[in-house]
Write a protein that binds this ligand. Structure first.
Ligand SMILES: CCCCCCCC/C=C\C/C=C/C(=O)SCCNC(=O)CCNC(=O)[C@H](O)C(C)(C)COP(=O)(O)OP(=O)(O)OC[C@H]1O[C@@H](n2cnc3c(N)ncnc32)[C@H](O)[C@@H]1OP(=O)(O)O
Length: 305
């Protein structure tokens, strides 16, 4: 596992572009399972920050974020996430993934702000490439991707949910979700924005992005950021039912449709990846942006006392 992580990290950081394997539609993966063979009911693999349980009889993997205190997306987390996605993408038995959190009340706090503060240009480059890689893999996945948002999910956490095919959120107004970058004095990159527009439409996206709005769960439902609210104790049951509904269709038809809907947005980042990294590194390297991020971190810490 450590060797695989090191290899992937090297590939992400050195070669520039990690080949997005199996991006094109896979024809009926489930149909390739040898008929009549008994299936092991469940397999699991776990890294430091993400636990994956694979149910082979349903072809559904559950990926649980378990990086305390708040599942923030640092370089190690993003690398593990990419490796887990790659493993599942290449596993013919896996047709769908449920992405959720093992940390109570938090889905993910978004990008780890400490990765964007006081670091070198090389570090920002490596970090941003990993953020891009995570999104490219998730947004272009052939699998059915279902976000079970069982806690707050600002910024990068919201991006993960938005990149899935369907979002179920716990029906708790204390949990918020949204792209709140503007509140930190930073700007959601164009591919965050495009992903958001594809889910909620231009008007809601424009207003929400300019205001950096974080929506309590009922409002998130109203604006279409999530598809359903479910009492927290019913999330698992609901996720299983939704996944079964999506998997009832032939894989190839769903995959080609998904690819058709998302291709333009994906292609844009692939074509402008290096430029996007340069924009990010020069943006976060500005003293004014560093100051905003430091103040935001201080505000988070003060909020506690
Ligand atoms: C011209 C165009 C150029 C384009 C350039 C593009 C630039 C764009 C760059 C980046 C896009 C950014 C995306 C992001 O995702 S930024 C991250 C945004 N996240 C947030 O705003 C969330 C902040 N956190 C919270 O609101 C809360 O922590 C919470 C609701 C998630 C959880 O609340 P609670 O349970 O009360 O926990 P605490 O607040 O006490 O937090 C615990 C602990 O964790 C630290 N922490 C929280 N979030 C983060 C984070 N995102 N990164 C790093 N650390 C975080 C918090 O400070 C506490 O630390 P402690 O005091 O040391 O315990």
């Amino acid at each position: 596992m450590a060797a695989a992580a090191a290899t992937l990290a090297r590939r992400i950081t050195r070669s520039g572009v990690l080949p997005l394997c199996r991006r094109l539609p896979v024809w009926g993966r489930a149909a390739r399972r040898p008929p009549g063979l008994p299936l092991a009911p469940c397999r699991a693999f776990s890294n430091k920050k993400i636990q994956v349980d694979m149910n082979e009889s349903s072809g559904v993997a559950t990926m649980k974020f378990k990086s305390p205190p708040v599942n923030s997306l640092n370089l190690d987390f993003l690398t593990e996430f990419c490796i887990s996605l790659e493993k599942l993408e290449n596993d013919r038995a896996c047709r769908g993934i449920i992405i959720t959190s093992a940390i109570p009340k938090i889905f993910s706090s978004g990008l780890d702000i400490t990765e964007m503060c006081g670091k070198s240009t090389e570090h920002y480059t490596e970090f941003w490439r990993a953020v891009q890689e995570m999104w490219l893999r998730l947004y272009s996945s052939n699998m059915v991707t279902l976000a079970v948002v069982n806690g707050s999910s600002p910024a990068g956490g919201c991006l993960i949910a938005l990149s899935c095919d369907y979002r179920i959120m716990a029906d708790n107004p204390k949990y918020t979700i949204g792209l709140n970058e503007a509140q930190l004095g930073i700007v959601a990159p164009f591919w965050f924005k495009d992903t958001f527009v594809n889910v909620v439409g231009q008007r809601v996206a424009e207003r929400s992005l300019q205001l950096g709005s974080l929506y309590p769960a009922p409002e998130a439902l109203k604006f279409g950021i999530v598809d359903e609210l479910v009492p927290e104790e019913k999330l698992q049951e609901k996720a299983t039912a939704v996944m079964a509904q999506w998997l009832a269709l032939p894989d190839h038809a769903r995959q080609i449709t998904k690819s058709m809907m998302r291709k333009a947005v994906l292609d844009l980042l692939v074509a402008h990846r290096e430029e996007d990294i340069k924009n990010f590194t020069s943006f976060v390297s500005k003293e004014s942006i560093q100051k905003s991020l430091r103040m935001y971190m201080e505000m988070l810490k003060k909020k506690k006392s």
